[in-house]
Design a protein around this ligand. Structure first.
Ligand code: AQP
Length: 332
């Protein structure tokens, strides 16, 4: 079966961006034509310093969010990355295939590092090479991600192609990013030109998956918008990043297209649309966050699921890394 691999970093509380851009789609891809593998990528989280106790909590919380959203550990493999040594091992092998110039072109590193590139960890710089290893350790062909990860999945293809070329083989498949739907780039609620992220400065700029109804209502109410009402057609959203973002969030949560949202709400003022959006977000997120809280209350179940998932992951990844080493001439 074609294989899906994807993951989320346990680097803080999960956002609505993680939910719409990743988790919701992980669930949709499960149980169909694909074998699905979902990871909590803790080795990526430590590319910036994490408090150890908080990292343990956040790792379990990402696993809880998968389970609470509908990932079924019988249908999907769910585990945390550091437990399966194939990731780190193949990551090193790929560090020797990837080129410095390729890393220099990665826009996410530039955005995260800003003017302080020299002070960042070497791991943050090499992160896309480890991500290629995450995917290719399973020969995964499809990777559901948000728009921000597109460049990294393309780099994964470049690494696979260079490996295949350098070692005269067709061992690694060329992976496709799967970026479909209206909410593949959820924006910051206070600045419609910036991505909503876990580690953004102010809590008011994001909806957290664990926010309660009051917090969600307040954040949408205070979300920045222009004064004009919703346009009568989607073309009218073109130069209105904040309005476009709220329409896309509504679409992502409801399963509608942006066109359908506009057909229903075109002409509405913010005083009308924002409360409707908040109600919809609460309706979708409240059952998930209450199940997350239940799972986190006694994480034994989460730990057991991740341990079992790691065993199943090793059974796929270890032979692939062994074969890669052999192709490269390493004696094991
Ligand atoms: N704003 C977003 N819109 C759509 N998709 C998003 N994703 C993240 N933010 C958005 C998707 O979530 C998946 C997991 O991302 P990640 O946590 O591994 O890394 P990230 O993209 O760097 O996420 P953050 O929230 O911005 O984390 P920090 O602030 O810690 O760096 C990916 O599929 C991503 O596309």
């Amino acid at each position: 079966a074609p294989r899906v691999f994807s993951g989320i970093k346990p680097s803080g509380g999960l956002t609505l961006g993680n939910y719409l851009g990743a988790i919701k789609r992980f669930v949709e891809m499960q149980g169909g034509e694909f074998e699905t593998i979902y990871c909590v990528v803790d080795l990526h989280a430590i590319t910036v310093w994490q408090d150890p106790e908080e990292l343990r909590r956040a790792t379990r919380e990402v696993a809880a969010s998968y389970l609470a959203s509908g990932i079924d550990p019988e249908k999907s493999i769910l585990f945390n990355q550091s437990r399966v040594s194939a990731h780190a091992e193949l990551g090193w092998l790929f560090n020797c295939v990837a080129r410095v110039g390729w890393m220099n072109r990665m826009t996410q590193f530039k955005e995260k590092a800003g003017k302080n590139a020299e002070k960042q960890s070497l791991g943050l710089y090499a992160y896309p090479s480890l991500m290629a290893a995450d995917i290719l350790a399973y020969h995964a062909t499809h990777v559901p991600v948000g728009e921000d990860q597109k460049q990294h999945v393309e780099l994964t293809r470049d690494i696979a192609a260079k490996f295949n070329h350098d070692y005269k083989t067709d061992f690694f498949p060329l992976t496709n990013p799967v970026i479909e739907g209206p909410a593949m780039r959820v924006m910051n609620l206070r600045d419609g030109t910036q991505k909503m992220s876990k580690s953004g400065e102010s809590d008011m700029e994001r909806i957290n998956m664990t926010d309660d109804a009051d917090a969600i209502a307040k954040k949408f109410k205070k979300a920045r918008t222009d004064p004009a009402p919703l346009p009568e057609s989607v073309e009218g959203l073109a130069d209105r990043p904040e309005a476009k973002n709220l329409v896309n969030i509504y679409a992502g949560l409801s399963g509608m297209t942006a066109e359908q949202v506009i057909a229903e709400h075109g002409g509405a003022g913010w005083g009308q649309f924002k409360p409707a959006l908040a109600d919809l977000a609460v309706e979708k997120l409240a059952p998930i966050s209450s199940e997350m809280a239940r799972l986190m209350d006694d994480p034994t179940e989460i730990d057991r699921i991740m341990e079992r998932g790691a065993e199943r992951a090793r059974a796929i990844a270890d032979p692939i890394v062994a074969k890669t080493s052999e192709i490269m001439g390493l004696i094991r």
